[in-house]
Design a protein around this ligand. Structure first.
Ligand code: SF4
Ligand code: SF4
Length: 204
């Protein structure tokens, strides 16, 4: 397998590390590559060797493409194990979250489209109501996924997905883990305000 060689550019490296540090709220420069984070990551075997330390290394080297398009960004489950182990309190979950947003803003095709659709439906519902409403969130996610399958004329995938989700929904109802009505958090206006402020800061 040929591994593409990244040409180091100090200016690009500085710009990328500053952008990710500022947006994620993590001090990436504190990382001294001890790899404690890598040892506990539950998805490390599925990320083609991109562990939290290696992701940070890519950012520090200014490898924008490598930082935005890799399996860890899409497979990170935000368990915060790496951050708990890190002697410098670096929370990679916040970095992967930031990189997802940056990849979307750069109009890059997500490596895992279904995870991307899940993530964006989750965020939309959470920001709108101040908490995630399962019915709305799953509705948005399933519609997006079904439309993607229909675009490929994959009717079998649509039918299988529908069946799986109906079974899943019924099991959730049975265990009282799914609610029919819309529930709103008291502080949702504050969440809207923070979102607007963040967008204004990024000049959106
Ligand atoms: S544990 Fe922290 S300091 Fe060590 S490699 Fe991971 S992120 Fe860097
Ligand atoms: S937060 Fe993400 S990167 Fe960190 S250990 Fe969990 S899955 Fe791995």
């Amino acid at each position: 397998m040929t591994v593409p060689v990244h040409e180091y550019d100090p200016q690009e490296a500085r710009s990328l590390i500053e952008e990710v540090s500022e947006r994620s709220g993590q001090n990436l420069l504190a990382c001294y590559q001890c790899r404690r984070c890598a040892a506990g990551c539950p998805v490390a075997e599925e990320t083609e060797y991109v562990t939290p330390d290696r992701l940070i290394r890519r950012i520090a080297l200014g490898d924008r493409e490598g930082a935005l398009t890799n399996e860890l960004v899409w497979r990170c489950v935000s368990c915060y194990t790496c951050g708990t182990r890190c002697p410098n309190d670096i929370q990679t979950a916040r970095i992967t979250e930031t990189l997802k947003k940056m990849a979307k803003e750069a109009h890059l095709e997500p490596l895992r489209p279904r995870i991307a659709a899940f993530h964006s439906a989750f965020m939309a519902s959470g920001v709108r109501w101040g908490r995630v409403n399962e019915m709305e969130f799953m509705g948005i996610y399933e519609t997006k996924t079904a439309l993607e399958s229909l675009k490929r004329m994959d009717l079998k995938a649509v039918a299988e997905e529908l069946k799986a989700q109906v079974d899943f929904g019924l099991a959730m109802f049975k265990h009282k883990r799914m609610h029919m009505g819309l529930q709103m958090a008291k502080g949702r206006k504050e969440i809207h305000r923070l979102k607007k402020k963040a967008e204004q800061r990024r000049g959106k």
